[in-house]
Ligand binder design. Structure first.
Ligand code: GLN
Length: 466
């Protein structure tokens, strides 16, 4: 699919439509939709902004490419004055005091925010069922989950309710719902986009990530949001990725894939067959393909969940009903904290807080948390070694198709294991893009850290041959 952003931009400047009409149409679609994608609509702001864009066009003024383009925001981003609930009871009435850097850059470019989108509470989940706003239903089949945690964002894009959406990816939350709803979703290199104003889940892997219907739209939005931010010490300065550079993949000579991902018992036959047939098509184009050794799924998932739980337990400790959140009074301060947190956090979030505090506690942290950190280093080193030999690593996004709504809630361990293919790339902080091709839930394309451009180049190449 061609760039939606460019298409709409042309419609606006050639006066085939007005920005107000466009925004109103999307707001109506969002309001009527039965997929549970909406936590709150930003209708007044959106229509006010649309009027200003229309006035500029009527005056003959030039507008920027993103000016007037309607987008969605996962409900874990601060946008000043809007409800920012993280799909939780605890923050159900919390309003942001400031705006996240990534979102501010989009607003500065003139993009129009329509909606705060449903997701797993605090990013905890792989199905967007762990939310007080009702399970998000898959764009293609409402009996299936949308994936998660950025499920609302993926479905809004897939259904054309938003032109693009901004999700958050800690262990797969942009890539997996993109795969489940057959769109594009990018987890950029860690640090390329400032995390300031993205509610912290696991700070060492949290990434801001765009979801869209074309590689070109991912590129446009990525360029706007990227950059060093003094408010996030892990952010770095990067070069803009030019349009003509991503259509040229001639520097990519060798790719690799993880043997054990494909030979695992957990992979569905159709995903495996489709993946291997994609590999054959790539070889037929003269690109060398290497089989790579990697860590077993159990190791990846255990390492990720050990660190993610430890980090979320400490990040969420500030949500105690005093500094933030819906306070429930009890007989003394300690009880007030306890009741506030036990009544207002979901089961899944509490499981992670308890698990995280356990692995961080004296007597356990050496054996569990420090071991997790050591394994993360080994995983990163393994990627460093691989990327000396291959330009790109290709993998399926998930071992299977999206489950039915309700199934993941019955078995949290099975849900954690379903993240086997996404979490390794998060731990290594490398750029990884889901494209809606190659297997029923798409393919992931990864390159070495800071090589986001190469990922987009190979995505264009695959688009041409698949
Ligand atoms: N499913 C993974 C988890 O629950 C990833 C979630 C995310 O990236 N926010 O931790």
């Amino acid at each position: 699919m061609e760039s939606q952003i460019k298409h709409i931009h042309l419609q606006l400047v050639s006066k085939q439509t007005t920005c107000t009409a466009l925004v109103q149409e999307k707001l109506d679609l969002l309001k009527q939709n039965t997929h549970n994608t909406v936590n709150s609509l930003l209708d007044t702001t959106a229509l006010d902004l649309a009027k200003k864009v229309d006035a500029k066009i009527a005056n003959g003024e030039e507008i920027g490419l993103l000016e007037g383009i309607p987008f969605g925001i996962k409900d874990v981003y601060m946008v000043q004055g809007t409800y920012t609930t993280a799909s939780s009871d605890l923050l159900k009435k919390y309003k942001s005091a400031y705006t996240a850097t990534a979102i501010q850059k989009l607003l500065d470019a003139g993009a129009i925010p329509l909606v705060k989108e449903n997701c797993d509470s605090f990013g905890h989940g792989s199905s967007s069922e762990n939310t007080i706003f009702g399970a998000v239903k898959n764009a293609n089949n409402p009996n299936l989950v949308s994936g998660g945690s950025s499920g609302g964002s993926a479905v809004n894009v897939a259904k054309d309710y938003t032109v693009f959406s901004i999700g958050g990816d800690t262990g797969g939350s942009v890539r997996q719902p993109a795969g489940y709803n057959n769109i594009y979703g990018l987890k950029p290199s860690y640090g390329r986009i400032s995390r300031y104003g993205l509610m912290a889940y696991a700070s060492s892997t949290d990434c801001v990530g765009p979801l869209a219907k074309s590689i070109e739209d991912i590129r446009i939005v990525l360029n706007i949001m990227s950059g060093k931010d003094v408010k996030d010490q892990t952010s770095y300065a990067s070069q803009e990725i030019a349009e003509d550079s991503v259509t040229n993949s001639s520097t990519i000579k060798t790719i690799g894939y993880f043997k054990n991902f494909i030979n695992s018992d957990a992979i569905n036959d159709d995903v495996k067959t489709a993946f291997l047939s994609t590999i054959e098509k790539i070889k037929a184009k003269g690109i060398a393909v290497k089989e790579l050794d990697f860590f077993e799924a159990d190791t990846l998932v255990s390492t990720y969940y050990t660190l993610a739980m430890a980090e979320t337990a400490s990040n969420l400790s500030r949500l105690d009903g005093t500094n933030y959140g819906n306070r429930i009074e009890d007989k003394n301060l300690k009880e007030t904290y306890a009741v506030t947190r036990s009544e207002n956090f979901s089961e899944e979030t509490k499981r992670r807080i308890v698990g995280g505090n356990q692995v961080l506690s004296q007597g356990f942290s050496d054996a569990i948390y420090l071991k997790g950190l050591a394994l993360r280093d080994q995983i990163s080193e393994s990627f460093d070694k691989d990327f000396k030999e291959v330009d790109i690593i290709l993998s399926p996004v998930t071992p299977a198709s999206p489950p039915k709504i309700g199934d993941s809630l019955k078995d949290p361990l099975a849900m954690y294991l379903s993240d086997a293919y996404t979490v390794g790339f998060s731990l290594a902080q490398v750029p990884t893009l889901t494209i809606p091709k190659g297997t029923v839930t798409g393919l992931q394309i990864s390159a070495a850290k800071k090589n986001d451009e190469k990922v987009l180049q190979f995505a264009n190449f695959l688009n041409d041959i698949l």
